[in-house]
Structures are given as C-alpha cells and as structure tokens.
Design a protein around this ligand. Structure first.
Ligand SMILES: Nc1ncnc2c1ncn2[C@@H]1O[C@H](COP(=O)(O)OP(=O)(O)OP(=O)(O)O)[C@@H](O)[C@H]1O
Length: 305
C-alpha cells in the first residue's frame, strides 16, 4: 500500500450502481482511505440529486480530492463538480459500464486493485485530461468526460427510462429491440468547427473517450488528452446491416465500414428534431447542443498511461 501525507478526501458513493450489486465497494473505499491516514468524508444519499448537492456542499470546503464510487453516471456527477476547478477526481468503478475507468486504465471488477491504484495516484501529481463542455438549447451548460450521443442509442435510453419492467440490464436490451424495429434515419444539422452540413444518420456521437456501454469501442482512436473530440457518424442502415455492424463495435472494427465515419473537431453543434442527447449515460437535454472540448479541464487520479 502506498502512503502519502494525510489528505482531505470527499468520497461520493452510489449504492445503487450496478443495480445495487456492488454496495460493499463504497464502504471499502472509505475504510481503506481512512486506514491510510486520510481525512475522509463519505457521502451516501437516497438519490443522485441529493448526492450531487451533498458533494457540492462538501467541495465548498476545498478538499484535496473528490472520489466517486459507481459507474459512468457517478463520473458524470464528479466531472460536473470539479471540471475547471483543479480539484482532482478519483474513480473506483462499481457500475455497469465503467467506461471512463476503462479509458483511464483503472481496473474494472477488481476493487482492491482499483483502491490500491487510487492510493498510489494520491501520492503524485494528477493526470490532466480534456473534458467536453456542453451548451444546451436553453443556454444552460454541463460537462462530460466520456461520450455524448444523440441518435439511436439515446432513443434507446429514452425508451428504457420510460419502462417500468423488466429491471436491470434486460430493460435496456428490450428497449433496444423495440427501437430497432422502428429504426429510421434522423435528419441532422451539424456544424464541425464552423463548417455546417445536413446529413441523414442513425447515430452521431461526440467522444472524448474510446468506449460506451461497457467497452463498446465506438471511437477506438479517441484520446483523452489530445485537445480534440472524435465525431462518429453512422449513416442510415437497414436493420440487418445494423445487426451485422453492431457486434463489431466491441472490437472497434466497425470503423472500416463505409457507412461509418469518424472525424475530429474542437467545437460541434448538433441539431435534429425530437432527439435528446445523453452523455456518460445520463440525460443531457433535447437537441440542439453545442459541444466544445476544454483541453486539460480535468485532473484525474489515475494510473500513468
Ligand atoms: N442513492 C443514489 N445515489 C446516486 N445515484 C443513484 C442513487 N439511486 C439511484 N441512482 C441512479 O444511479 C445512476 C447512476 O448509476 P451509475 O452510473 O453510478 O451506475 P451504473 O448505471 O450501474 O453504471 P454505468 O453508468 O457505468 O453503466 C443515476 O442515473 C442515478 O439516478
């Protein structure tokens, strides 16, 4: 175990991450950080909004770090609190997808090792990475770390959120099948670094990280610290073609298909009728959104790449 000078650390825990299957992770993080001599404020609340408010109040006291325990939704909560503030963000993954941890090289499914790496990272300067800054149609703003998407997968998310049954991952799978049956092109109005175009597509994603959905390599060459965002556009596809390309996303080999394109940009405006954007798996807002990369806006407690 690495030792460092005692630090004040806020730990925000989602006990419902991974459908409540990883409740032991939060207490283990708090216990191990305390045993290492740190001054730890452990936060658990009945829901996300209350946890966000409690973490914001704790951050007003300027702690040395914020650690989130959960999945990408918790990373999103943390990113929205610390981006641009200089406060380092640590992540102990206990969610379903954990794509930010995957991108940062934080072990998924090995809590002990993830906590050990966190302790190590607390003893050296944080890694600096980019963040996505989103301006919504009403002028409000938010941040994200992994992938913002506004198309088929966002439609599936919307559908899954409206469903009461089944519980867990099956709800998402069922929503996917239902929406696949209705797959149709979306007319997008897109602007990449000031260059406007109109295009029909089934999916547009703007990525800082390589994956979403638990390791699906949507933008396999994205870099967290290159000062750029990778823009994935999937042109209209038949259901059969979609089902043929879909499994290839897990290895990132879909990018060789002629209907898939990836380009890089700093500022992206996406608009389409009746489409809601999601980022890091959380609902952002209805389109239009304007996304801008903010190089170096995040400091993360992660292994050295
Ligand atoms: N007590 C709670 N504290 C925080 N979040 C909660 C709580 N109860 C339910 N949630 C919900 O958990 C969601 C975030 O879950 P999180 O991302 O941490 O795990 P996951 O969904 O299993 O993982 P991933 O996003 O990586 O697939 C939020 O949308 C939030 O509404």
């Amino acid at each position: 175990m690495t030792t460092t000078k005692p630090l004040s650390i806020v730990v925000a825990i989602n006990p419902q991450a991974s459908f409540g299957r990883s409740r032991a992770v939060g207490p283990a993080v708090v216990h191990t950080l305390r045993a290492a001599g740190h001054d730890v404020t452990g936060l658990t609340e009945p829901d996300y909004e209350q946890l966000r408010a409690a973490a914001a109040a704790a951050l007003a006291k300027k702690p040395d770090a914020l650690v989130v325990v959960g999945g990408d939704g918790m990373v999103n909560l943390g990113v929205n609190l610390v981006a641009g503030t200089g406060i380092p963000l640590g992540i102990v993954p206990s969610g379903t997808g954990n794509d930010m941890s995957r991108g940062l090289g934080i072990p998924v499914g090995n809590t002990e090792r993830a906590i050990d790496l966190l302790l190590g990272a607390l003893g050296r300067p944080p890694r600096t990475i980019d963040a996505g800054h989103v301006t919504h149609g009403d002028g409000s703003t938010s941040w994200y770390a992994c992938v913002l998407s506004a198309g088929f997968d966002a439609i599936v998310n919307e559908r899954a959120n409206l469903m009461r049954w089944p519980r867990g991952r099956q709800r998402y799978n069922l929503a996917l099948l239902r929406e696949l049956a209705m797959l149709k092109p979306i007319r997008y109005r897109l602007e990449l670094d000031g260059v406007a175009s109109e295009t029909d597509a089934v999916l547009i994603a703007v990525a800082n990280n390589t994956s979403l959905g638990g390791g699906m390599l949507v933008t396999p060459d994205a870099r967290l610290d290159d000062g750029l965002l990778d823009v994935l556009v999937v042109q209209p596809l038949s259901r059969t073609a979609f089902l043929r390309i879909f499994p290839r996303v897990f290895k990132g080999t879909h990018v060789t298909d002629a209907r898939v394109s990836i380009s890089r940009a700093r500022r992206i405006r996406i608009d389409a009728d009746d489409i809601v954007a999601y980022a890091d798996g959380e609902r952002v807002s209805a389109l239009p959104v304007e996304v801008e990369v903010r190089p170096g806006a995040l400091r993360v407690l992660a292994p050295i790449p």
